[in-house]
Design a protein around this ligand. Structure first.
Ligand code: HEC
Length: 149
């Protein structure tokens, strides 16, 4: 029963749609609005509705550009740097320890970045995570510095 109805509906939609496909471009060509006849509009919408619904369901939502472009210093810190800089392990200056950070911050961000990417005494290059970009290391330093001033 439902198969017959659906088949019927498809045939009806198609027979409605075909003449409309021929008319719609002509109507659209005359003005900047698409076909304005409400009945034509409704018939077109009705005919294309199932297709539209399928498309909406299958297209994955793109991630916002801003989120993928910006490096999140806090998550880099939590993922790599916190192992030492949250606990003070290996003599690392702890985040929030203003006295430990003050003389380091004085060196400037460029020196801190150089030490963090290249390694410095017990500080391993990139905190031991070679996959981190300079941008990611810099973002993590900025996060640590912002919490230690
Ligand atoms: C294995 C432990 C360890 C990890 C992981 C680690 N650090 Fe360090 N870090 C240290 C130690 C120890 C020092 C202190 C070195 C010294 O001055 O003797 C240090 C110092 C630093 C300094 C100060 C350098 C200076 O010039 O005074 C920065 C900046 C820094 N780390 C950034 C980072 C960043 C960013 C990460 C994560 C990507 C990270 N560290 C991960 C151990 C670590």
């Amino acid at each position: 029963m439902s198969v017959i109805t659906a088949g019927h509906r498809a045939v009806r939609s198609l027979s409605l749609l075909l003449p409309l496909l021929a008319i719609a471009p002509l109507a659209a060509a005359g003005s900047d609005k698409p076909a304005t006849d409400p009945m034509v509009q409704a018939a077109i919408e009705e005919s294309i509705k199932p297709v539209g619904q399928v498309n909406v369901g299958s297209v994955p939502a793109p991630a916002p550009a801003a989120e993928t472009a910006a490096v999140d210093g806090e998550s880099v810190f939590k993922g790599t740097c916190s192992a030492c800089h949250a606990t003070g392990a290996a003599g690392a200056p702890k985040v929030g320890d203003k006295a430990a950070w003050a003389p380091r911050i004085k060196q400037g961000i460029d020196t801190l970045l150089k030490h963090a990417t290249g390694g410095y005494k017990a500080m391993p290059p990139r905190g031991g995570n070679a996959s981190l970009s300079d941008e990611a290391v810099k973002a993590a330093i900025k996060y640590m510095v912002s919490k230690s001033q």
